[in-house]
Design a protein around this ligand. Structure first.
Ligand SMILES: Cc1cc2nc3c(=O)[nH]c(=O)nc-3n(C[C@H](O)[C@H](O)[C@H](O)COP(=O)(O)OP(=O)(O)OC[C@H]3O[C@@H](n4cnc5c(N)ncnc54)[C@H](O)[C@@H]3O)c2cc1C
Length: 396
């Protein structure tokens, strides 16, 4: 494992750092704009991303022929890490940039690529991922949303759940059943749906963090043009799996960086706050918990670097992404538990001695960490993949 950056990689990092220094003002940082229910937060994030797009800082990994920088894998990691370090908010364009864009390049028609790729790259259009349904999450192929051809239009009926930014999105990447008589994996198509079309109703899901990023989406006779199918008709399952491969394959190194930053906050908090007269960092069980969390985050970083080395040598990402997903979800929840322990009553918003606690940030992280064992495929599903595909155990 060689951790030294080449001169061109250092130059790439410095260029992006300089851009962030100039453009990412304090009012645009994560803490200020994470909560979309605050007025102006959405517009602020969108404005920042449009600036990134205009200056060529979105889709750096996209090939040059589609307007990207054709960044190497290591440059992509540097880019992600710098974004996290800078305190930038998570990109609202990420479904378009990281999932839909690459799939459009792979299987989209010439017209679809022409219509959709540039607005994604410029940060002008937001995409929503409409896959999961109330009875189709882990068993995604059991989805019930259906699309029926009527003349030159598909008519869509059904319900999706857990998608992000649906109300704001311009376009939806929606899986629908187009052949109800085929075996369940073979009758699904990948639809491109204009999210402002008549018949679409979006409602928010109130999250335990207090936020409202996720939605339920109802399709009631939504009409879309016949040509809005991405990839071959009834082969949406294969297209979706390519897309999910991109989703799981996204390197988790930036998460390690994010968790390191959060761990440092916990350490500083423990060193500078007392409970019942005793400094938190002097309590043995807190020292032990801090040490354990530190080891977890460093193990995650090193495991990621080890896999990164393999990828740089040309091995494509495979099932080990499941093992990393299990690990980072556990590390995140460990940090969340520690944050709650350190914050005590104040982390729960109760009156107490630790009034200095920054606006519930610790309890927020704890609550958010609960979702990491579910999103992108649950721990059980990842463990099934590890058992069957890595360890070669018989199917459950
Ligand atoms: C924060 C967040 C963001 C999300 N974003 C999106 C998004 O943008 N778009 C989208 O389409 N979806 C999104 N999802 C949905 C997510 O993909 C699903 O929640 C997830 O796949 C689990 O599906 P489910 O909730 O239906 O649970 P279920 O599949 O019903 O699982 C329930 C329980 O049963 C277990 N289980 C199920 N099957 C098996 C099995 N074969 N073996 C062992 N155990 C099993 C699971 O591990 C789980 O514990 C998001 C979810 C979250 C929490």
């Amino acid at each position: 494992m060689n951790l030294d950056l080449s001169p061109s990689e250092i130059a790439f990092r410095e260029k992006f750092r300089a851009w962030l220094r100039e453009n990412l003002t304090d009012d645009l940082k994560w803490e200020r704009v994470a909560d979309l229910s605050h007025s102006g937060a959405w517009e602020a994030r969108r404005g920042f991303e449009r600036r990134m797009g205009a200056d060529g800082w979105l889709g750096v990994a996209w090939p040059r022929e589609y307007g990207g920088q054709g960044a190497t894998l290591l440059e992509q990691v540097i880019y992600q890490e710098e974004l996290v370090r800078s305190g930038a908010p998570a990109l609202t364009s990420s479904v378009g940039l990281e999932l839909v864009g690459p799939i459009l390049m792979e299987v989209g028609s010439e017209e679809q690529r022409h219509r959709f790729l540039t607005p994604i790259l410029l940060g002008e259009e937001v995409w929503y991922q409409g896959f999961s349904e109330p009875n189709a999450g882990s068993d995604l192929a059991g989805l019930q949303t259906r699309a029926v051809l009527d003349g030159d239009e598909w008519v869509i009926h059904g319900q999706k759940v857990w998608g992000g930014f649906a109300e704001h999105a311009d376009w939806g990447a929606v899986l629908a059943r187009t052949d109800p008589d085929a075996p369940k994996h073979r009758g699904i198509s990948f639809m491109i749906v204009p999210m402002k079309a008549p018949g679409i109703t979006v409602s928010y899901i109130k999250e335990m963090t207090g936020g409202e990023h996720l939605n339920e989406v109802f399709f009631d006779g939504v009409r879309i043009p016949r040509e809005n199918v991405l990839g071959p008709l009834n082969q949406g399952w294969r297209v979706a799996n390519r897309l999910l491969g991109y989703e799981r394959g996204v390197m988790t190194l930036p998460f390690a960086t994010r968790y390191e930053r959060f761990w440092e906050k916990l350490r500083d908090f423990a060193s500078s706050n007392r409970r019942r007269g005793e400094r938190l960092s002097e309590r043995p069980h807190i020292r032990a918990a801090l040490a354990r969390s530190y080891v977890d985050v460093q193990m995650m970083r090193l495991a990621n670097l080890r896999w990164l080395t393999h990828y740089l040598r040309g091995t494509p990402p495979a099932e080990e992404t499941s093992y990393m997903k299990v690990y980072w979800a556990q590390a995140h929840q460990g940090l969340g538990d520690l944050a709650l322990e350190l914050g005590g009553g104040a982390a729960l918003g109760l009156p107490g001695e630790l009034e200095t606690l920054a606006a519930g940030a610790f309890s927020n992280e704890w609550a958010f960490s609960r979702s990491t064992t579910i999103l992108g495929g649950t721990q059980d599903i990842q463990r099934n993949i590890i058992a069957e595909r890595i360890l070669g155990l018989p199917r459950a």
